[in-house]
Design a binder for this molecule. Structure first.
Ligand SMILES: NC(=O)c1ccc[n+]([C@@H]2O[C@H](COP(=O)([O-])OP(=O)(O)OC[C@H]3O[C@@H](n4cnc5c(N)ncnc54)[C@H](O)[C@@H]3O)[C@@H](O)[C@H]2O)c1
Length: 308
């Protein structure tokens, strides 16, 4: 199992680290455009191997896609992150060009690769990879919902004053401050609906804090977060590499599911060795359906800015 991570910045390096720590991949190649940067990160990470007990080999490359040849999975994290006060959508001008070039270069050397898109605005970048590569839809996966769901569970646990392991919940919709649809009506504490424990006011707080989860961190850190994004990506990579058939909300091309068409947006999917093996259609309330449609309109507006 060979995994390439393009972009050896904050998210890319964190992702490589979590993949290595979970010890399921034989090789991780970090690639960056900055001279020597990926090689340096790879060497630093390799020097943690004996300390952290992993055997995954991590190598670095300065923009040499030959080193990524025959990758099974590639993660695209290259591009600029947002600064405090910015929306993810504002990154499109720079990131669209980067993501398109990177996806094409990856495919030239790894024709069978499954691509996980992380760069923002992620739903639109995932759609762009579809348009630019023509890869089958099961092999293009946008990562956003896995992270947003982890943030949702963090806030739910806080509101419930419960351990996170007690809590389950999922966020679908667009990966944006306004587009996320936290499925509060489906969220549970040990299979009991959270509405049994939380007031409407508390549930509203959970939903709002989840939606601005990324912006809150960007304000604190001066750039976007990396630990939880890296961990979320490593979860998707592991599900594919180990054929786990796990369910995650991921951005995927919809063709009629959820009454949406010609759009990549977050919905529950089953991940296994073939990438997205199934799109899971769950029953949504009328309010959730309306929020999903509103979210999709926002993503389509951003897609309209693409030159493809
Ligand atoms: N989908 C999500 O949930 C999620 C979460 C966090 C961050 N992000 C996004 O991920 C991206 C990366 O964030 P970060 O914090 O790691 O940024 P970063 O600046 O730390 O790292 C980005 C790296 O990409 C490299 N790069 C730029 N152009 C390149 C190219 N053409 N080829 C190869 N490498 C190139 C840069 O040199 C840099 O090292 C941003 O767009 C950010 O918004 C997405």
């Amino acid at each position: 199992m060979k995994v390439t991570v393009v972009g050896a910045g904050a998210v890319g390096a964190s992702c490589a680290e979590y993949i290595a720590m979970k010890n399921f991949a034989s090789e991780v190649v970090l690639l960056d455009i900055k001279e020597g940067y990926a090689e340096g990160k790879a060497m630093d990470l390799m020097q943690t191997a004996s300390l952290n007990g992993f055997d995954t080999k991590i190598t670095g490359s300065t923009n040499d896609y030959g080193k990524t040849a025959d990758s099974d999975i590639a993660v695209i994290t290259s591009g600029i992150p947002r600064k405090p006060g910015m929306t993810r959508e504002e990154l499109i001008g720079i990131n669209a060009g980067i993501v398109k070039t990177v996806a094409t270069s990856l495919l030239e050397h790894s024709p069978n690769v499954t691509i996980i898109v992380v760069s923002n605005p992620m739903d639109t970048m995932t759609y762009l990879v579809h348009k630019a590569t023509g890869l089958p839809k099961n092999r293009i996966i946008g990562m956003g919902g896995a992270l947003d769901s982890a943030r949702f569970k963090y806030r739910l646990a806080q509101a419930l004053e419960a351990p996170i392991s007690d809590v389950d919940g999922m966020v679908i919709g667009g990966h944006s401050d306004t587009g996320m649809v936290p499925l509060v009506g489906h969220a549970t504490r040990n299979s009991v609906k959270v509405s049994e424990f939380l007031s409407e006011e508390k549930m509203d707080w959970v939903v709002e804090e989840t939606k601005v989860g990324g912006a809150t961190l960007t304000k604190l850190l001066g750039t976007s977060a990396w630990y939880a994004p890296g961990a979320a990506v490593s979860g998707l990579v592991q599900a594919i590499a180990c054929d786990q058939k796990k369910m995650f909300p991921c951005s995927t091309l919809l063709e009629g599911e959820y009454d949406l068409d010609d759009i990549c947006i977050g919905v529950p999917v089953i991940l296994g060795k073939n990438g997205i093996e199934k799109i899971v259609e769950i029953e949504l309330s009328d309010a959730e359906k309306a929020k999903m449609q509103e979210s999709a309109a926002g993503v389509k507006k951003t897609n309209g800015l693409l030159e493809v």
